[in-house]
Design a protein around this ligand. Structure first.
Ligand code: CLF
Ligand code: SF4
Length: 297
């Protein structure tokens, strides 16, 4: 589907490899893994590995302090000229680690003001931190939003930890959805570009994704990325254990096509690691492990 876009908006996404399909051939992103904790439990997540909302299951990223992360970002920006975006996407939820996440962005913005800042979150704490996000000029925020229905949510999230209390089942899912919707609205009011990721789980939320698409479109989200559940029993996720499979390429495409009426759909996502480096299709994270980048300048 073609979506009309004004020139200003085009400029804002022109160098972001995820927000612009054209850009992903020419521009690179890097992730810094500074955020280990999480405030919800998705059934497709195994905490031993990176946040499965925006990353590849079965991968363990090397955790960094904000200072190490900033050093890494500056080193890599110097070595890879196409590097335009630094994202924080895990290994847990960035906004469940607000001090680490914001300190990292602050240090990077200070030393490399041209790099765009990108944040990916489950959305639970987004309303809480919207002011800091604005202050830091974070122009790209992703919310992983898997359903508009708390009953379905109860099958996806086993608990939600909000303001010192743990909520289970429908109750937890309802709180999460409420905060995600508030977050969407706050981003729109702040004129921050918002991408929504939805993990497609056949038999659980696949029928509901059209509804998700409609809702986020009405709330002003810019781009929708429907990602396949990757769930292998060896990752030890709940869905893996219950034999829940991911969608086939064909099933995924059918849902994406059904949603694409009025909204841009992302179809080039590579489900990166929380410490990914490079163009979307390539993974250079091993060239920049901590023992290596700490020696570089
Ligand atoms: Fe990273 Fe995500 Fe920002 Fe991109 S990834 S925080 S928006 S800079 Fe991109 Fe990777 Fe897909 Fe994410 S390909 S998993 S959508
Ligand atoms: Fe795992 Fe990410 Fe879900 Fe947290 S938000 S439980 S880290 S997939």
């Amino acid at each position: 589907a073609t979506v009309e876009m004004d020139e200003k908006l085009k400029e804002r996404i022109a160098k972001h490899p995820c927000y612009s399909e054209d850009a992903h051939h020419h521009y690179a992103r890097m992730h810094v893994a500074v955020a280990p904790a999480c405030n919800i439990q998705c059934n497709y997540c195994n905490r031993k590995y990176d946040c499965a909302n925006e990353s590849r299951p079965g991968v363990v990223s090397e955790l960094l302090t904000p200072e190490e992360a900033a050093h890494k970002a500056i080193v890599i920006a110097g070595k890879i000229p196409q590097m335009t975006v630094v994202g924080i996407a895990g290994p847990g939820d960035p906004l469940a680690n607000p001090e680490k996440t914001f300190r990292t962005f602050e240090l990077i913005a200070d030393k490399a003001p041209d790099i765009k800042l990108c944040l990916s979150t489950n959305g639970l704490m987004l309303p809480e931190y919207i002011d800091r996000i604005k202050q830091l000029n974070i122009d790209h925020v992703t919310i992983t939003l898997n359903t508009t229905d708390p009953e379905i949510g109860a099958q996806i999230y086993s608990w939600v930890h909000y303001k010192r209390k743990r909520y289970r089942g429908v109750e937890g899912a309802r709180i999460l959805l409420e905060k995600q919707m508030e977050g969407l609205q706050a981003l729109r009011e702040a004129d921050i570009l918002c991408k929504v990721n939805s993990v497609m789980i056949p038999g659980v939320n696949d029928q509901n994704l059209i509804e998700v698409n409609k809702m986020i479109r009405e709330q002003g989200a810019f781009l929708h990325n429907i990602m396949p559940l990757i769930s292998a029993p060896e990752h030890g996720t709940h869905f893996g254990l219950t034999g829940q499979r991911g969608p086939s390429q064909k099933e995924l495409k059918a849902v994406q096509d059904n949603c694409s009426g009025n909204m841009k759909m992302m179809r080039h996502c590579r489900q990166c690691r929380a410490d990914a480096v490079g163009l979307l299709g390539e993974d250079r994270s091993q060239e920049f492990t901590k023992d290596k980048f700490m020696e570089m300048d």
